[in-house]
Write a protein that binds this ligand. Structure first.
Ligand SMILES: C[S@@+](CC[C@H](N)C(=O)[O-])C[C@H]1O[C@@H](n2cnc3c(N)ncnc32)[C@H](O)[C@@H]1O
Length: 245
């Protein structure tokens, strides 16, 4: 026997604790961050097109832009390192333009991809991007899981709005803001009823927001990737993988 498996477990635990410590240092009130956020909001108002993982993704105004450096591209880059089975049923909540779900569908040739969003503009963009990239999907307008018929999914993905403030407009609030982590809290509470017995969920968390609903939950989670961005403030974001068991 060598000591490697337990050393690896110890390093993974240390990394997890370090990421959690960084996530706990909220930057949502930093004045420079809020200035950058206002610019970010303005950029979302202009229609743009992106190539994401080989798919052509149109983002109309007020549909979250899957730009380079966005949480869409950040989360997708880590999700693409995971093993998905062709037979997996995959649900993305808050699908936006579809950049993430269509990226996964393109790589893993998934049999079932369902995207939901609370925003009609996002659902229309997702449906149109799926068609133009010749990827078969289904979609529904829903506040988290509320409008979905009961079902357990093999994979659930959520890149939620992150910033812990109330947006100045309904569009800004929907795309980018989760005041107090209320949306993440509802996701964490409802998730177990929607995951298959060996299912997995992936959710983005950041110190832009309130990650405590996940960090304080009893869910079995670990991080599959994290990124630290140092500017006037230290921005941390991570993709958590939650296992049903
Ligand atoms: C940060 S964007 C991510 C969009 C897309 N998943 C991506 O990664 O490019 C967050 C998305 O969540 C959606 N959203 C916000 N509140 C929601 C809710 N209560 N239920 C479902 N979707 C919601 C927004 O409309 C937006 O499309």
């Amino acid at each position: 026997m060598n000591g490697k498996p337990s050393r690896n477990r110890a390093s993974a635990k240390m990394a997890q604790t370090a990421i959690e410590d960084l996530l706990a240092k909220s930057i949502s009130n930093d004045p420079q961050l809020l200035k950058n956020h206002n610019l970010h909001v303005k950029r979302q108002a202009v229609r743009k097109q992106y190539n994401v993982a080989g798919n052509n993704i149109e983002c109309p105004s007020h549909v979250y832009h899957a730009s380079l450096g966005s949480s869409s591209q950040f989360s997708l880059s880590h999700l693409l390192t995971q093993e998905f089975r062709r037979t997996d049923s995959v649900l993305e909540l808050g699908v936006g333009s579809g950049a993430v779900l269509l990226g996964l569908a393109g790589k893993f040739n998934l049999a079932e991809c369902h995207g939901t969003d609370i925003s009609t503009a996002s659902i229309n963009a997702f449906s149109s991007n799926a068609k133009s990239n010749d990827i078969s999907v289904s979609q529904s307008i829903s506040d988290l899981f509320d409008a979905l018929p009961p079902k357990r999914y093999d994979v659930i993905v959520f890149n939620p709005p992150l910033l812990d403030i109330r947006g100045k407009t309904a569009e800004e609030d929907m795309m980018l803001c989760d005041e107090g982590g209320a949306l993440l809290q509802r996701f964490v509470q409802q998730l177990p009823q929607w995951l298959a017995p060996d299912g997995k969920a992936y959710v983005v968390v950041s110190n832009l927001g309130n990650p405590y609903p996940l960090l304080k939950s009893k869910l079995n989670y670990s991080f599959i990737g994290a990124e630290v961005f140092i500017a006037d403030y230290v921005l941390v974001r991570a993709v958590a993988k939650i296992c049903a068991q």
